[in-house]
Design a protein around this ligand. Sequence first.
Ligand code: PLP
Length: 452
Amino acid sequence: MPLTTSEIQALDSAHYMHPFTDHKALAEKGARVITRGEGVYIWDSEGNKILDGMSGLWCVNVGYGRKELVEAAVKQMEVLPYYNSFFQTTNVPAVQLADRIIKLAGERYSHVLFGSSGSESNDTIVRMVRHYWTTLGQPERSVIISRKNAYHGSTMCGASLGGMSGMHAQGGLPIPGIVHIEQPYHFGLAPDQDKDAFGIEAAGWLEQKILEVGADKVAAFIGEPVQGAGGVIIPPKTYWPEIQRICDKYGILLICDEVICGFGRLGAWFGSELMGAKPDLMTFAKGVTSGYIPLGGVVVGKRVAEVLIEKGGEFNHGYTYSGHPVACAVALANLDLIEKEGLVERVRDETGPHLAHCFAALAEHPLVAGAETFGMVAGLVLMKDKHQHLAFDEDLEVGMICRKHCFAHGLIMRAVGDRMIVAPPLAMTKEQIDEMVRLIRLCLDATLQELK
Ligand code: PLP
């Protein structure tokens, strides 16, 4: 006999500790049990069909139920389910995937170091850039500059690089040697300022921080091309070229966290390509396997790889699952699918512009003070009075009210404060975007009604 929903919920509450969850609150309501997925839809244990506007957690880019990925995993498990890449061994899928990623990333890069998640990849980065500078005889260059409200994962380094105050408050973070500057959030920080001028000013905060810390002590700057978990913060187009200029001026390594933006989400293989940035290192995870199996890593630029390989000796770092053959085989099948279906080009030329068009129309809703999209990420800002730029009282938790209506209407949308965000599967069609936007409108109406 399969377990009933309430039996699953009781077991869940008794034994399963969820990520980022208030368990007391969860126990009162009971978790929503997701049982299957197909295309851009998921179903819960009560049989409700839900349009997944978030691709799981920004990762199920090719959509659910893709047989090609399942077959790739089965085939590889039969041949070689596991072997490590320690002690001068390797495996074929890992080699092929590294080669494939380098070809996609371009000639600035030469190597890939694999892990199993975005957090691990960002942990790797901290050790790698410090080892790089030490190898070059500059061990004092160890400080990494990141941004407030950034998200780079949950490990000690990942959460320290991230700029989430709630995360820093738990576990004594950030760890030493990681400092933060303000995020380039035009709408939130300087809505009346010219956007391009704001982009230059926001990048200038990096230079100020470099001078404050001392240029000879700064190892690297890290940023997401578009901040995802922070609420889909899309920087002005002037921002990243100016960040690049500043990094070049002081010889500082530039790291782009492509965990969300990589593998097509913004309409290019890597988001930084579209931003006018030339990172020395890129971290990735999520979309590389469309979330079907855990895999992440670091794409290492020649500037860093050549020093590490020629002069760095053994890099005492790596994971049991670095280059996991099954994960790499699934990633290869995922990249095949993305290429075969032209998903990156589709986001760039078709679905991305369509989403932008639909969100521009949503901006006319009385609750919506701002609507922004980039490829297949989008955000709406809800405000009490959009004409006077008046925010809702935080205690009202308007975003959470809206999210509740989304669930009730069979739509997954995420609330970050009063920003409502989506990152749908790249495989979503224009018709499905229309369906999603129709549901969003209904949820906005229901939220407005409840607030009256
Ligand atoms: N970096 C970014 C930009 C992310 O959005 C995330 C996760 O959402 C991470 C890193 C951490 O990835 P993971 O949860 O796989 O450790």
